[in-house]
Write a protein that binds this ligand. Sequence first.
Ligand code: SF4
Length: 158
Amino acid sequence: MRPSFWDHAVAAVMSLLLPLAPFAAALLARDPAYLRDYGGSLRRAIRHVQGQKRARLMSRTLAARVRGWPPRDEIEGGCTHCGACCLHHSCIFLKMDDGGRSSCRIYGSGFFRKLACAEYPRTAADIALYACPSFTARSPERTPGRVPVAIPVVVEQD
Ligand code: SF4
């Protein structure tokens, strides 16, 4: 699925604000390293905006929060910290350690809890979008007496 009007609009606004991104990241992560390497942070911010658009983050978040669509699935599993769901490894707050294990620089903060990341994954489509290797989704038991059905996960290609 292609990015919607909202994905393009938010990306355009964020692109205009890019020079401020290292300051915002430093503030939100409480890490002055974003400012010490201003050029590197700017490049990461550009990748972040591109990753956000590629993941259709705004349109998916609006659909989930305004229309409750798609409905939440039953999710099983536990994160193994590959970093794929961090905007396909492009989130400015993503940190990978020497062992290739991801962590989030703002995890648990008030700002983080408002993001779609805090709910990931809520559906089978979320899992498919980032090809998450660790979670599986089952459709909720909407009809009394019906056994939940496992949803096959299809990985989208660009
Ligand atoms: S894609 Fe799945 S396993 Fe990888 S970091 Fe995200 S939740 Fe964890």
